[in-house]
Design a protein around this ligand. Structure first.
Ligand code: HEM
Ligand code: NAG
Ligand code: NAG
Ligand code: NAG
Ligand code: NAG
Ligand code: NAG
Length: 486
């Protein structure tokens, strides 16, 4: 009975919206449940009221009705599809971009309350070859973006042979990011977009991301809570205790904190560069590595040893609790505490060097992460055989106004180097994302044994393999009806 009632109600709600909108790309309906997760330990989004009462300088102010939501909202989606496409007929596409796509692109402001969220949140971003296809030849101020990610695959530490053929090269012109609470709703949105856009575009690749099931909601595939340390963007939210604040221009193009603000084309202001990487995670292999290489100097049980080793590699326990504050055991109630002391090589310390470096890093290297896991949970067979047979990992997404100061700095300089900033103790590459290279197939790491920090662990296993990616520009919504569709 309840089932029929809800159908009846949704028909009543849906029908007038459909008649009014007349846009076949729009999925009608209103929301009663947020499409974002509220994950304990992750930064809380500001409410609509907070945003509206936020007083910041003109140069820091953000037009939240013009900014695509994913740039500022972070990693809290329930399901999200990445739909990569190539533009086949630019004239046709521009008309539809303006008339049908732009009206359904979701702004940051819309995401802040459930009642203003759409059934499926839609974002769109373009690669350099996509802009070129649209005959937009403006210099947007990023060499990395202009060249495309595949061009620097080797520099990033990837083996180009591991890239999926669909992503290798520069044939991806754009990507739709479609977020919702169910896969069905996403599929409905895909069908509506495909029907509307017709042959103006063609799908090149897609990847469905989903938050992991209980009890791992919010955790990445190795088991660690992800998305804890995100910068608070001044002009959007106030930093919570211990959270680093960043001028908006480090993330949002053209704003206070973007070094190149003066030379950016007008239509890019309010946009951001989206770095996408499809990072396969070899979970059974990672777990075997933990078992095989965990320091044995302490009288811990095997389970405690492997948990501790994993935590030292990441810099946080699986719950998110920082290991500098809780060096010997996880503490779930401390998941949001900030971190200062942990192994130099630990992922979080490599990605955000702190203490023990000769200068203040400032904020220019901060990124806003917005990734989501993909693939099934590890099966018993995979875990018993220590072998991955199904693709799973992290659909890595990072936003920044400078690809070079953000993602590239983190991956190439801080992630892939064995001894950054001449640290007192050489530490080896970031064990999570530091990539092996042809002349350095074996990676090594120190700082993992608390009783002997210099102990050197050498390993040839790779746990994270990039299957491809691209650099995109997520433009402000106004550019979709303006420069990009002219
Ligand atoms: C499959 C690959 C990856 C996994 C499993 C992973 C996992 C994690 C985890 C568990 C954390 C700690 C929780 C948090 O603060 O959110 C973290 C933090 C972070 N990760 Fe990753 N990550 C991956 C790839 C990357 C990549 C490719 C980058 C950038 C090049 C990156 C940059 C960061 C940053 C900046 C932080 C926050 C550091 C801090 O300020 O404490 N991660 N990651
Ligand atoms: C903010 O963006 C919206 C949508 O693009 C636009 O209509 C509005 O004029 C902008 N507001 C300001 C103050 O620039
Ligand atoms: C591209 O689309 C336009 C507008 O819909 C149409 O007139 C034109 O014939 C198409 N061009 C090609 C090559 O299909
Ligand atoms: C766990 O962390 C909480 C909050 O920081 C603290 O009050 C509590 O004492 C800690 N428990 C242990 C066993 O360390
Ligand atoms: C999986 O790895 C563990 C740890 O090295 C080992 O004890 C176990 O025998 C391995 N299982 C198989 C099937 O190889
Ligand atoms: C750790 O061992 C590797 C080889 O196994 C070596 O190349 C590296 O220099 C060593 N690191 C330190 C700090 O001793």
């Amino acid at each position: 009975m309840r089932f029929f009632q809800s159908i009846l109600i949704s028909v009543l709600v849906v029908a007038p919206t459909l008649a009014l909108s007349g846009n076949p790309a729009r999925i009608p309906g209103t929301r009663t449940r947020s499409l974002l997760h509220r994950i304990p330990g992750l930064p809380v989004l500001p409410t609509l009221k907070e945003v509206q009462s936020h007083r910041v300088s003109e140069s820091a102010s953000l037009n939240l009705t013009d900014i695509q939501f994913d740039i500022v909202v972070g990693q809290q989606k329930i399901k999200q599809l990445f739909y990569f496409f190539t533009i086949q007929n630019a004239t046709d596409f521009k008309t539809k971009l303006k008339d049908n796509v732009a009206p359904i692109v979701t702004s940051a402001l819309q995401m802040l309350s459930t009642s203003t969220q759409p059934i499926v949140a839609v974002n769109i971003a373009f690669s350099q070859t996509g802009l070129t296809a649209l005959d937009v030849t403006d210099d947007v101020g990023s060499q990395e973006f202009t060249a495309g990610q595949f061009q620097s695959a080797t520099e990033l530490g990837d083996d180009p042979a591991t890239w999926k053929p669909e992503l290798a090269g520069t044939s991806v012109h754009g990507v739709f990011l479609l977020a919702s609470d169910t896969e069905d709703r996403i599929n409905t949105q895909v069908a509506a977009l495909e029907a509307t856009l017709g042959t103006s575009i063609a799908k090149v690749h897609s990847l469905l991301g989903a938050s992991r099931p209980e009890p791992n909601v919010g955790h990445e595939m190795f088991g660690f809570l992800d998305g804890i340390s995100q910068p608070a963007i001044i002009g959007f939210q106030d930093p919570s205790p211990g959270q680093a604040a960043t001028p908006p221009g480090v993330i949002v193009i053209g704003k206070d904190g973007d070094d190149q603000a003066a030379s950016r084309p007008d239509w890019t202001i309010g946009g951001s560069f989206l770095v996408f990487r499809q990072l396969d995670q070899m979970v059974p292999e990672f777990n075997k590595f933990l078992l095989d290489k965990a320091p044995t100097s302490t009288d811990l049980t095997v389970e405690q040893r492997t948990e501790t080793f994993g935590a030292r590699l990441v810099g946080r326990w699986k719950s998110g609790a920082p290991i500098d504050l809780f060096p010997t055991a996880d503490n779930v109630t401390a998941a949001t505490d900030i971190n200062t002391h942990c192994p130099f090589a630990a992922h979080i310390r490599a990605m955000r060097p702190r203490k023990g470096i000769p200068f203040d890093l400032g904020t220019s290297n901060m990124i806003m992460r917005a990734g989501i896991p993909y693939g099934p949970e590890v099966t018993t067979e995979e875990s018993q055989s220590n072998t991955t047979t199904q693709e799973r990992g992290l659909a890595f997404v990072a936003y920044q106004s400078s690809v070079n100061d953000g993602f590239v700095r983190l991956q190439v300089l801080w992630g892939n180097q064995e001894n950054i900033f001449g640290k007192p103790l050489p530490h080896g590459v970031d064990p999570i994302i530091g990539m092996p290279t042809a002349n350095r197939p074996n990676r090594w790491v120190t700082g993992m044994d608390p009783t002997n920090p210099a102990a050197n662990i050498t390993y040839s296993t790779t746990f994270v393999v990039n299957r491809g990616g691209e650099y995109f520009l997520t433009p402000p919504i106004s550019a979709l009806t303006g420069r990009l569709s002219q």
